[in-house]
Design a protein around this ligand. Sequence first.
Ligand SMILES: Cc1cc2nc3c(=O)[nH]c(=O)nc-3n(C[C@H](O)[C@H](O)[C@H](O)COP(=O)(O)O)c2cc1C
Length: 220
Amino acid sequence: MDVYEAVRSRQSIRAFTGEPVGREVLERVLGAAARSPSGGNLQPWHIYVLSGDPLTELKKRVGERIAAGDRGDEPEFAWYPPNLTSPYRERLHEMGARRYEAVGIDRDDAAGRARVRAENWNCFGASTALFCYLDRDMPAPQWADAGMYLQTVMLLLRQENLHTCAQIAWSEYHRTVAETITPPPERILFCGMSIGHPDPEIPHQYSVRAPLSETVTFLD
Ligand SMILES: Cc1cc2nc3c(=O)[nH]c(=O)nc-3n(C[C@H](O)[C@H](O)[C@H](O)COP(=O)(O)O)c2cc1C
């Protein structure tokens, strides 16, 4: 698979088969992803890979919190600016509309939407997930480094015929994640990532992008 094909074929998968992902594959991918660039070569990411009993237990504990009506922990960082302006607001709205339409859930069906969202904390059925932490005192450039690292992981997993979904949703239950992982207290959870084989019975959505002219300016 060439790099273009890896980039083109990566898409967020939200229904996995649950087939296990081999430890040797994960070690190969994470070993190679360590070559990701980072400012000052800090390599600020701290990655925890969960499968088997620890992941089952984490899914169960968050599932119990959701079933009890618990809306999550106090946020440790903002996902978006408080007033999302154009064109980002429209892009976010379109993404949500397409996602819920694909699974036949009406915009006004709050319970249906919550059910669909809750699949996040079941890793969409995947049997493997990784969790990316950073040291709390790391400013924006190191968060960008972590993003580059995670994209490298996602592309390398394509070479292994695996798919992913990055999941900031896990930060909503960061306390339960931390109880399972027990990271040092100076670390903050950025996001999770489900890893596995797409469920062939489910149609998987391929998202749209803004035209190049909206996001790239050539000065020549
Ligand atoms: C840092 C990050 C966090 C994300 N968090 C979630 C999430 O919590 N749940 C989810 O379903 N998708 C999540 N996504 C996936 C995005 O919605 C997705 O990348 C975007 O809509 C583009 O679609 P594509 O990945 O299929 O190209 C996340 C993506 C990134 C990069």
